[in-house]
Design a protein around this ligand. Structure first.
Ligand code: HAM
Length: 419
């Protein structure tokens, strides 16, 4: 009796073949767009102190209250698999004294994240995000640049039916009097709200705009809007962001009900959705978080950034796999298992050291099988090695000639040079 099969956990996936290739083309586009705009790659640990997310993302958010993979290590410390990348990047900014560098410090990442959500198409428990964070400046031009870079990446990846929703949440001080009005409004309609929204009226009243249940949605249609209650400096900041996006020809819709599922946002918030996706239409989102670094124990430094789901970009897009490098030399054996195997292996190593792409048959095929394998791989040259010498076939020209094995690499290089 064979053992029962072990499957990958629910909400996780393997990345195979063509998918791996499409993902690497996303990575190279992201690198060229973001590094071209002055962003440096950063990788932070897969797990962090639980406190980082409780304090950074907010303990009343769904992410922190319901979705984190949290565990205790053997030393009794509470650790969490990162559910998002902004708090870790801000932690790293503080920990490495990056406030001493020229500001803004621009960082990008392509990493895996973990949320215990109900798994469905486009929603996973381990997923990947490409993200960009710019720290140390509150210039509205940084907001517009950041949003425009994501728009460029999504359009280069062929994401279809995209919409950009934009709003401003103002700064916490300016938000206080609005918050009181909203809480009073929600209290006045308490009976019509869902139990979840009712339970969060004091902790997180803005999240009521994001509720799905019909009762809450009806109430929220008449709720006071934050955009109408911003103070003059927040209004001015938002007006500048909009003007700069217009200048950069990035189309957007103002959505005064846009709230994000993380508590650190201040001022600009935005979300790209694709109508080509089903229920999980959020492709990427972000915003400004001017208080987060201070909340994590650093000196006050503003920040703006976004993250986009790699799987969602690919679902919404039409990216083709990155081209695999052409095979320049295939090394075949005249007779499988012969002494020539050593010479063939030496030739393979020599070809690779000389910078050629080279493969040899490692599956014990007959010569006929090896030649058809070489043809399937699209090899430009095939070297058929036997004990005494090697026959070098030019697969494009159809010509072949016999030569000493130790001159094959030179001959291939010379032939390529002549092309
Ligand atoms: P977020 O909106 O929670 O923001 O996630 C960003 C994107 O990650 C979403 O738009 C979606 O494409 C993808 N995503 C989220 N959860 C899942 C999931 N379970 N399965 C598949 N994809 C998912 C953040 O994470 C913020 N850190 C963004 C940010 C950066 N704000 C400022 N800087």
């Amino acid at each position: 009796m064979s053992e029962p099969r072990i499957k990958a956990p629910r909400g996780t996936f393997d990345v195979l073949g063509e998918q791996a290739s499409v993902r690497s083309s996303l990575e190279s586009r992201a690198r060229s767009i973001l590094e071209g705009a002055g962003y440096e790659r950063i990788e932070t640990p897969v797990f962090e102190a639980t406190e980082l997310f409780a304090r950074g993302v907010g303990s009343s958010t769904d992410i922190v209250s319901k979705e984190m993979f949290t565990f205790e290590d053997p030393g009794g410390r509470s650790l969490t698999l990162r559910p998002e990348g902004t708090a870790p990047v801000c932690r790293a900014y503080v920990e490495h004294g990056m406030h001493k560098r020229r500001q803004p410090v621009k960082l990008w990442y392509l990493s895996c994240f973990f949320r215990h959500e109900r798994a469905q198409a486009g929603r996973y428990r381990e997923f990947w995000q490409v993200g960009a964070e710019a720290l140390g400046s509150d210039d509205p031009a940084l907001d517009a640049e950041s949003i425009a870079l994501l728009a460029t990446l999504l359009s280069q990846m062929g994401a279809r039916e995209l919409r950009l929703r934009l709003s401003s949440l103002g700064s916490p001080a300016g938000r206080e009097s609005y918050r009181e009005r909203l809480v009073a409004y929600l209290r006045a309609h308490e009976q019509e709200l869902s139990a979840e929204v009712r339970g969060r009226i004091d902790a997180n009243p803005l999240r009521a705009f994001d509720a799905d249940d019909p009762g809450t949605r009806r109430v929220m249609q008449g709720a006071p809007r934050l955009l109408e209650h911003l103070d003059s400096s927040d209004l001015d900041h938002f007006a500048q962001v909009r003007a700069l996006l217009d200048l950069a020809s990035v189309p957007y819709e103002i959505d005064d009900t846009l709230v994000r599922g993380l508590d650190y946002y201040t001022r600009t918030v935005f979300e790209f959705t694709s109508d080509a996706l089903g229920a999980q239409s959020g492709v990427g989102g972000g915003g400004r978080y001017d208080g987060l670094i201070e909340q994590l124990g650093g000196a006050r430094a503003p920040g703006i950034g976004w993250a986009a789901g790699v799987e969602r970009i690919l679902l919404a897009g039409s990216a083709s796999p990155a081209a695999t490098p052409a095979l320049e030399l295939f090394v075949a054996l005249q007779a499988p298992g012969s002494d020539a195997r050593l010479a063939a292996f030496g030739l393979l190593a020599e070809a690779r050291s000389a910078g050629l792409t080279a493969q040899m048959d490692l599956g014990g095929r007959s010569l006929k099988g090896q030649l058809s394998h070489a043809a399937a791989l699209g090899a430009r040259f095939v070297a058929i090695v036997s004990a005494g010498a090697t026959v070098l076939k030019d697969m494009q020209a159809g010509a072949q000639r016999e030569l000493p094995t130790d001159t094959v690499v030179h001959a291939v290089l010379r032939a390529q040079h002549a092309l």
